[in-house]
Each structure stands twice: as C-alpha cells, then as structure tokens.
Design a protein around this ligand. Structure first.
Ligand code: FES
Ligand SMILES: [Fe+2]
Length: 386
C-alpha cells in the first residue's frame, strides 16, 4: 500500500529522535496530517522537490490552484518528477513526456501506442491547504480529520513561517515543552520584557484527548500551552510590534539531526494596523537576509568565539538562543540516562507518552487517536488573560 512502512523493532528505535526508514517514529508521525510547505512559496507552474518525514516527494500546483503531491521519480526510466512541466492538473515528465495525474496515475505516454499508461503509476499522497500551509498525509489507509482551530477564523489574519534548523525535531519539541528554559536561555529576550522570566514558574501537566495540557503558574497567572500529539505545540507568543498571538508550531523531521519548523500565528489586527504589521514583518525578512546566518552565529557561540548574551537583537534572536542550547546537545548521550528532575516533569510526560505510543507500534497494537477540540486555546500567563 502507498505510504506503508514496515516497522522493525531494532534496539534503540524507541528513541523518537530515530527517524530512520523503518522506525516506529516515522510511522507515528505519518499517521497524522503534517505540514510540508508554505502555500505562498508554491506557484502554479513550478514543481518543487520536498524532503521531509523520510520521503522525497514532488509538490506542484495545478491550473485550478489545487496542490498535488507525487513520487519523486518517473516510472519510465527514473527521471526526477520535480523537473517536469505542469499541464493542467497533471505533471508531465521532462524526459519523454509520460504524464501523471495528482494521484500519481500515469494518464499519457506520448511516444507509445495508447493503452499502456494504465499500467504505470507512481506514488501520490492526499494534500490540503489550511491557514497558509500545505499539509500532507503520508500514512496508511484513510487520513484522520484535518486539524481545525476556531480562533484562527475569528478576526485578524494569519502569518506563516518556515524555518530549517540544524537539530532534531524532538529536541525542539522538548524545548517547546520546557518552560523553565525561558529563565535561562531567553534571559535577554521579548519573554523577559513581558515578565515571563521574572520567577521560575510552578509547573504542572496532564494528558488530554489531544496530547498534553501544560501549565506554568507565576503568582495568580497561569500560562496554558498545549502539545498536540504527536509533534505540534500551541501556545501564546509575544513580540513587541504585534502583542500576544496564538502560535502553532509543527516540528517536522528531515533526518536525525535536522528538521523544519512550520509556524502559523494568528495576528489580531485589522485594516491599517494589519498593513503596518505586514510591512514590518516583510522588512524584518529583508533585514534577516543581510545578517550572518543563524546557523553560523550558533556555531560561533558553541565554539566559544561569541557569547550568546553578546548577540545583538535581531528578528531571529530567540531561534539563535534555542539553537545555542539544542545544536550543542551531546550527540552520543542516551536520553534515557538524562537526569530528569521535578522541573522536567512536562518533558518527562512527553517522553512517557511517546514511548508508550512507539511501543504500541512496534508490538502491532493500536495507538491513541488524538483529537484536537476546535475551540482549544492557549493563554499567555500574564494579567492580560483575565
Ligand atoms: S523517464 Fe520520465 S518519461 Fe521517460
Ligand atoms: Fe526557547
């Protein structure tokens, strides 16, 4: 079956950082809709080659505007489909013109007698666009329902960001869960400016129908964030020129050591204020292109050539701060031997749930069917929530 993964129970592959081809991790991630590309980057006539979730794929947008996702190689003699031409809703191979529909079925072999095309097929996966991202379902059988977030449809507009990072998606997920790191890693940041680092929060968490409800109490204020299993975080994030905004971030693995974070923010601004925000954001994107790449800054920090506290403010300062923590994690360590303490209880719960689900996959048992209530919302943990 398309997308089927044979899972093997080799030792060590219960580590969710292992995203090798037969890992239970890939099987779990692929059994949910996952973002794979930003909609605005996909024009109608330019197929792109994707490489996420252990899979190369060609994504293209048909004449109608609908996106399609098919296998990376032509069934004829193996040309890369990403170099093909979009024809209507179909993709024509650049080499000899074999043409595929959006499900990967060959519909035309122009240099052959008619009738043979029905025997040729490449893979095809379901895709949907939502809130500015292209989501794909790479799992077996029927896809689960697409996630839906009511808050994102009430007012304002959404902004999407795609960020390639040189560390494991799971380390990033653990970092998202870990509220205590704010007080150290982000000591000099927008989080400090709104009081989130003034005291170490009192932490609690519980497993829910969607994943984990995480709470960080500071005085009378409770910051609620949500882990949407398996690999999405839903929280409130602050920036000076936009205020607080709902923030969804999917951490999607490319391989063991790299991932792409897809983020969607809901900006509660209308008309002129909305235009002003969009201009500022695009200005920031231009400014970033002129700066030293974040990976290079992080490498210098880890080499001891630059201290993280001496990095001047830049739009991606939070990513650089996090990267200084995560890109430097000991690659040889066994995470099971980490010394988790009471302030790691949310990380511990995430690991426990993941292990339980991966064990179920290895043993051929049912995994929990996570369901996101559409009305789910995070809180910022500041007086603004009341
Ligand atoms: S390799 Fe694609 S048509 Fe020949
Ligand atoms: Fe962080």
């Amino acid at each position: 079956m398309d997308g089927a993964l044979e899972v093997t129970a080799e030792s060590g592959n219960l580590n969710p950082r292992d995203v090798s081809p037969h890992s239970p991790t890939l099987k779990l991630l692929r059994s949910y809709w996952q973002p794979v590309y930003a909609s605005e980057k996909l024009p109608k006539n330019r197929p792109v080659l994707l490489n996420v979730l252990g899979q190369q794929m060609t994504l293209y947008r048909g004449e109608s505007g609908a996106p399609y996702l098919v296998g990376p190689y032509c069934a004829h003699r193996g040309a890369k489909t990403s170099s093909g031409r979009v024809q209507g809703e179909h993709l024509e191979c650049f080499y000899h013109g074999w043409t595929y529909n959006g499900a990967g079925q060959c519909v035309r072999q122009p240099a052959e007698p008619p009738g043979g095309e029905g025997r040729s097929k490449i893979q095809g996966w379901p895709v949907r666009e939502y809130l500015g991202l292209v989501f794909a379902y790479l799992g077996e059988g029927e896809p689960p329902p697409m996630p839906y977030f009511e808050t994102y449809h009430r007012d304002g507009f959404t902004q999407v960001r795609e960020s390639h990072r040189s560390w494991s998606y799971f380390d990033q997920l653990e970092n998202s869960v870990d509220e205590v790191h704010f007080n150290f890693v982000h000591r000099k940041s927008k989080f400090a400016d709104v009081g989130l680092t003034a005291e170490i929060p009192e932490l609690s968490c519980e497993e829910t129908e969607y994943g984990i409800l995480r709470m960080g109490r500071r005085g009378n204020n409770v910051r609620k964030s949500h882990i949407l299993m398996p690999n999405c975080m839903y929280s409130m994030v602050f920036e000076h020129f936009k205020g607080w905004a709902e923030h969804l971030s999917w951490r999607v693995p490319i391989d063991r050591h790299t991932h792409v974070s897809f983020m969607i923010e809901c900006i509660h601004k209308e008309s002129d204020a909305a235009d002003e925000f969009k201009n500022l954001r695009s200005q920031q994107r231009e400014d970033l292109k002129k700066l030293e790449p974040a990976d290079s800054v992080i490498a210098r920090i880890l080499a001891g050539e630059l201290h993280v506290d001496d990095v001047e403010w830049r739009p991606d300062i939070v990513v650089i701060q996090d990267g200084a923590a995560m890109a430097g994690l000991d690659p040889t360590r066994d995470p099971d031997k980490d010394q988790l303490r009471s302030s790691d209880r949310q990380v511990a719960m995430l690991r426990r749930i993941w292990r339980r689900e991966l064990e179920a996959i290895v043993e051929g048992k049912e995994t929990k069917k996570w369901r996101i209530p559409p009305e789910l919302r995070p809180t910022s943990g500041t007086p603004l929530d009341s």
